[in-house]
Design a protein around this ligand. Structure first.
Ligand SMILES: [Zn+2]
Length: 385
């Protein structure tokens, strides 16, 4: 005897097959996702709007119909828009909001690529199915630092954050200087995450201050998060990953100590390849850069970054190796000379030093007077060509 449930089920399946067959015959596709494309676009409009990107900041919008096997023949609308980003908006915040908003529709951030003056973010279901491409134009970033202020651009990096409990309080005083500063946060410390959150909430830039093996490790042990030249590739990879996870929002990595490690070509190659691998698997951390603190004149960071195509930059000057006001001010004058000479300059200071803050607050007006602009480190990073 025939089972009526089976019959109905059979007819149902047949109807569905007929529908898809008809669609495939007439339109050449099996799935039509143009509806969901529109839905997603509306959601993103809303997210951009809520994050301070108004209608007038959207310079161009283009939509095109895509028919592609992904792997089955599917139709959807790909929207590309160019968006102007004012300097007060934190790109990472927007990207994270975009990512969250896509979850109900199973959309995610597929890639994030920074070029000179722009960051391109792609969102969609999978690598070969992009629904939304947003080109954030970040006003001449990275291209010609000297054109940024009349008199050039200067970056201050404050090192060794999260090492001491007092760092959180001191941070407030640096925020009060009211110029963009980049903060290098030590990983795996009790306060690494809280400090990173605080810096991020204040709209300032963060890098991971990665401890690396120094020449005299017997007297200067940089602790358990350190990369050593004797480590294997998997060891370096997993330690770096753990460290990056403990410092959220980090856009790049600098070395803490590391006079031995940064001078070792084999170790640096493994490290930079691990950095690239991490970047690749984390769209929100794409384009992580390496900033060489330059603790050794024998550093091979420049050479290896170039050959492995890792965005790179190097420190020009340490401000407070000697912690007295007159010396620090002298170093700051040296930094200004550097800016005049090549259009930009980068200096490292330390959160715990007693006189740095005063020296900076007394000299920052001089930079302004000469038309030198303070910029976060990411704006001076050289992208591999
Ligand atoms: Zn350090």
């Amino acid at each position: 005897m025939k089972n009526p449930v089976k019959t109905i089920l059979g007819l149902g399946i047949l109807a569905v097959l007929c529908f898809y067959g008809w669609r495939y015959q007439t339109q050449g596709i099996l799935f039509d996702e143009s509806g969901i494309s529109g839905q997603f676009e509306t959601i993103l409009d809303d997210v951009l709007d809520r994050n301070g990107v108004g209608e007038s900041d959207v310079l161009k919008t283009q939509r095109r119909e895509i028919k592609k096997d992904v792997p089955l023949p599917t139709l959807w609308i790909e929207t590309e828009r160019s968006v102007r980003l004012s300097p007060t908006i934190v790109l990472n915040d927007i990207i994270q909001a975009l990512e969250r908003s896509g979850i109900p529709l199973k959309m995610k951030v597929l890639s994030r690529n920074s070029r000179s003056g722009s960051t391109i973010v792609e969102l969609g279901k999978k690598k070969n199915q992009v629904f939304q491409r947003i080109i954030f134009l970040t006003s001449g970033k990275k291209q010609s630092p000297s054109a940024q202020g009349r008199g050039g651009a200067v970056t201050i990096v404050i090192d060794d954050l999260a090492g001491r409990l007092s760092d959180i309080e001191n941070l407030e005083k640096f925020f009060a200087l009211n110029v963009p500063i980049t903060y290098a946060v030590l990983p795996q410390e009790k306060m690494s995450r809280a400090i990173s959150e605080k810096i991020h909430a204040n709209g300032q830039e963060i890098i991971l201050h990665q401890p690396m093996e120094p020449e005299d490790i017997q007297h200067n042990d940089p602790g358990g998060a350190t990369l050593l030249v004797s480590m294997s590739e998997p060891e370096i990879q997993s330690r770096l990953k753990k460290n990056l996870q403990s410092v959220p929002y980090a856009l790049g990595i600098s070395n803490h100590m590391g006079s031995r490690f940064t001078a070792d070509e084999k170790a640096m190659k493994i490290f930079l390849n691990s950095l690239k691998a991490f970047s690749k698997s984390n769209p929100l951390r794409e384009d992580l850069f390496f900033f060489d603190s330059r603790t050794s004149p024998k550093s091979v960071a420049r050479k290896t970054s170039l050959s492995l195509r890792v965005p790179y930059q190097v420190n020009d000057i340490f401000l407070d190796d000697q912690d007295d006001l007159a010396t620090i001010k002298k170093q700051i004058q040296q930094l200004k000379k550097e800016v005049r000479r090549k259009g930009h300059g980068i200096a490292i200071g330390h959160i715990q030093r007693g006189h740095l803050l005063q020296a900076l607050s007394e000299t920052i007006p001089e930079f302004h007077k000469e038309g030198i602009e303070f910029v976060p480190l990411s704006q001076l990073i050289r992208s591999p060509q």
